[in-house]
Structure formats: C-alpha cells, structure tokens
Design a protein around this ligand. Structure first.
Ligand code: CS2
Length: 491
C-alpha cells in the first residue's frame, strides 16, 4: 500500500503544529493591512513582524495580500491553504520551520478588482504596504514623477476606475478615503522610499485632478522604511522541509536567513501594529539606515551578482567563498562604500560589514545570483551610482564600484565568460541588450552605447571623465576574464 499523500495546511490543524507556530495563542484578527506585492519577501518579513506584534499587543492587523501580475495560481495556492504557509529559516544552526498566520486573504489583480477596492475602502484597513520592486513605482527616474510613457500608467490615466499600476490603484483608493485615509508604507529598496512613492502617487493624481494630488501630498502619510532579510525564491527543498517538519503539504513555503531588520519612520496617523514588540526600530529619520543598507548590502549584492554571472558562480555563498571575491567585497565596503555614509550612533558600520559577509556565506540559503541580477536598470542607480557620485564629490577613487557597473555592462551581452548564455530580465532588456551587442565587446563602444541611457545614468555623472576612465579600465580588465578582474581589483 502506498502511504497517503500529506494533507494541505489548514487553520483547523493549527493546534497540531506545536512549536511550529510562534505561540499557541492565536485569535483570528480582522483585516487591517492591504499589502501590494505578496512575494516571498513580505511573507518572510513584514507578515511575521505583524503576527508577533498582534501576539504581543493585539489589534486587528490581518493582511490581505495582493499579487499585481494576475498570478491566479499563487492566489489559489495560498487560498487553498487559508493563507497559511511555512517560513523555512536556514542558518548555521540548521533549519527552523514556522507556520505564519497573519495572511488572511490573497487577491490577484486585475481579476479581483472589486474585492480589492472593497478592502481598500474599508475603514478598518489603516495601512496599505508595498513590496512591488523598484519598477512597480512606475517612476520617471529623471524627475521622480510618475512615468507618463509607462503603459500601465497610460492605461490608468485613461481608465482611472479600473487601475492596474501601483500609483493608479493607490490614487483610486485614496480618492474614496478622503474622510479617513490609510497610511501608505513602501517597503522596497529605494532611497527615501516613502517620499519617492509620495511623489509618484501625487504626480499621478495631479494628472487626473490637481486638487486631489495636493490633498494626498498634504494629508496622506508615506513613512519611509528600511527592510532587510535575505529571502531567496522558493524551491522544492522548502516544500520538503514543511512535510518533514509537520507532515503537512505546503505549496508556497518561503526560505529565508535567520537575520531580519526593520527600521520604520514612526508616522502612522491612522495607527499601526506594535511592531516594536517584534524588534522593529521605530525612528524619526530612516535615511541613514536606508543608505547604509542600500549601499553596503544591496550594492555589494549586485556587485557579487554581475561578477558571478560572468565568472560562473551560481550562488552568493559560492561567490563569497572565493578568497579573491571575499577580499574584493570586503575592500569595496571598507574603502569605497563606508566612507560615503553618515551613520547613526547605533550603527557600527564595520561590524555591519562583517555581519554582511557572514550572512552572504550562509551555505544553507542557496541565494541565486541570477535572481539578484534581475532588473539591473532599476537597481544600479540606487545601489551603485549614488555611491559613485558621493565618492566623486569627496574627490576619492571608486575603482571597485566602477568594476561593478562595468560587470553589469558585460552581463548585458547575455553570456558568461565560458560562453554559457543566460536570459536578461529587465524592463529595458531588449533595448539594453541591443545596445550592448552593438559594441562588439569594445570598451569604448560599450560606454558610448550605454552611458547615454538617461533612465540609468544622470547626464552629469555620465559625462564625468573620472567615471568614464574607471569604467574603461574595468571593462578592459573584465574582457580578459572576470576571475582575473576579481583578483586584480581585490586590493
Ligand atoms: C537583493 C535583495 O534581489 C536583490 O536584488 O539584493 O532582495 C536583498 O536580498 C534584500 O534587500 C535583503 O534585505
């Protein structure tokens, strides 16, 4: 006889989960948060902080998660297990599986438009939070306003009642919440993410109704946050972990590292969960934390990703265990990134560097470089170019930062040094690939093709002779092979 297949996770079975839930006590809350972008990151980060805050201090902060890409299979998988899923934390101490309970409902846009707007107009919903990645903001990177050429934005301006874009959805909802607006909480890796979202949303609203735009700018809170946890994509290995730990089947578990951090600007006029009870830092100004994380973590993550795509390291732990790569990233953080940061007294930047290197070395996480390499056109400016501009302003060298940007340029050719081809996933993929291909591997031609892309390189920076020559040197070294370049720049 074949053993019967394990049952799917359900809320009735919660009492059986023992130490695999945060606490045996649990009262089903009502929905108080709508989260746009219900990817792995949110489910391993904010959703857990929120569950812990409810366990410690109560409140109706159940989460309605929304996938914006019409991903009905994700919605259906999570709804079939009543919003439950396993968080599989992997570190040096082994593996810990926790069943998360704060997610109560999952919607897929545009299919669930009516239910979404019922939630967004429900006065019990006090926060709309987002992890939609950089491109979800539909910003014109040159001005910070909403990008009027974006197809979703154009659709939403023509059909404001059935929006598809993030600014369109928020404006349609806020227009109906003038008596009691919700707080909008960006949790993406953008500098000044609250202010960046406010500008995109208000500029969209002004296109429809200037007075509405002014009201949003004045009355709606957009606190900034710094979020941090390394959360790779799901593989079968996490599904197996949940069955092993609980004997239940989970179609949508999330892997993550043990570390997590959340720094939040404390500006929630409509109220918020007691996230501080779960270890979140509520502060007046998030900027120094955001910049430290974006430049130290995300900047070196992207550096590791592009160099690894060329050199053939598949995961971050494999890349950082190469002694030259380790030295390169260590020196880049110490000599080129840390001196650009003004850090709060509570942050020891060199200890932060060491902690990051240890996190990257986590062998259990298997964070794929290809995942981090996605969307370079959106990630390069906040992660690397701001740091380069700061170095230029200080009159200091930035060879390793330039190497990272050069590695991204070489990556756009779509193949590793050994000739193995990979796909470029980026909103500007076809244009960037065509530009990179037109250069036929010539450093000067590559720079001439890519530096004028204004969505990425601001004119003043692109014209800086120091940047051009550092990129040129890096491209020439990379052309002889990324492994050699990593050794040459390790310092
Ligand atoms: C990564 C981030 O995928 C990426 O681009 O750099 O998602 C990173 O893992 C998180 O920001 C860590 O908090």
């Amino acid at each position: 006889m074949t053993p019967s297949a394990p049952l799917l996770l359900t809320r009735h079975a919660l009492p059986e989960f023992g130490t695999h839930v945060l606490s045996a006590q649990w009262r089903e809350p009502r929905i108080g948060i709508v989260h746009l972008g219900i990817g792995n990151f949110h489910r391993a980060h904010q959703a857990l902080y929120t569950e812990e805050a409810m366990l410690a201090a109560g409140g109706d902060w159940g989460i309605c998660g929304v996938t914006l890409q019409g991903d009905v299979s994700k919605r259906d998988a999570l709804m079939a297990q009543q919003g439950l899923y396993g968080v599989v934390e992997r570190g040096a101490q082994g593996e810990k599986v926790t069943i998360a309970r704060a997610l109560l409902e999952v919607l897929a846009m545009p299919h669930d438009h009516e239910i979404l707007f019922a939630r967004l107009t429900d006065p019990l919903v006090k926060i709309v939070s987002l992890t939609v990645t950089e491109k979800g903001y539909c910003r014109d990177s040159r001005t910070g306003d909403v990008d009027l050429e974006d197809t979703l934005v154009a659709h939403d301006l023509a059909h404001p009642e059935t929006p598809r874009s993030v600014p369109g959805i928020l404006v349609a909802a806020l227009r109906r919440r003038r008596a009691n607006p919700f707080t909008v909480l960006s949790c993406d890796n953008l500098a000044h993410n609250g202010a960046a979202l406010r500008q995109a949303v208000c500029s969209f609203a002004r296109q429809l109704d200037p007075e509405l735009g002014d009201w949003i700018a004045k009355e709606v809170a957009f606190p900034s946050t710094m979020v941090d946890r390394i959360v790779p994509a799901t593989t079968d290995s996490e599904r197996e972990s949940v069955v092993r730990a609980l004997g239940y089947r989970d179609a949508a578990p999330v892997p993550c590292e043990p570390f997590r951090q959340w720094v939040i600007e404390d500006h929630f006029p409509a109220g918020r969960p007691a996230w501080e009870t779960a270890g979140a830092q509520l502060v007046d100004d998030v900027t120094p934390f955001e910049l430290a994380k974006l430049r130290m973590l995300n900047g070196t993550h992207s550096t590791l990703a592009y160099l690894s795509m060329l050199a053939g390291f598949e995961t971050i732990d494999a890349a950082i265990s190469d002694p030259d790569m380790h030295r390169l990233i260590y020196t880049m953080m110490t000599d080129e990134i840390a001196p650009t940061l003004t850090v709060p007294g509570s942050l020891d930047v060199l200890a932060y560097r060491d902690a990051l290197l240890a996190r990257y070395a986590n062998p259990a996480l298997k964070h794929r470089c290809a995942q981090i390499a996605m969307d370079g056109s959106q990630k390069i400016p906040p992660r690397l170019l701001g740091t380069i501009a700061a170095r230029i302003a200080q009159g200091q060298p930035f060879a390793r930062l330039a190497l990272a940007v050069a590695a991204w340029m070489m990556f756009l050719r779509g193949h590793a040094d050994d000739g193995i081809r990979f796909e470029i996933k980026d909103p500007l993929a076809s244009r960037l690939q065509a530009l990179a291909a037109s250069a036929h591997g010539e450093p000067d031609a590559l720079l001439a093709a890519l530096l004028p892309v204004r969505e990425i390189f601001p004119a003043e920076l692109a014209a800086h002779p120091g940047l051009r020559s550092a990129l040129h040197d890096a491209l020439q070294t990379l052309a002889k092979g990324a492994r050699g370049a990593i050794a040459a720049y390790a310092g």
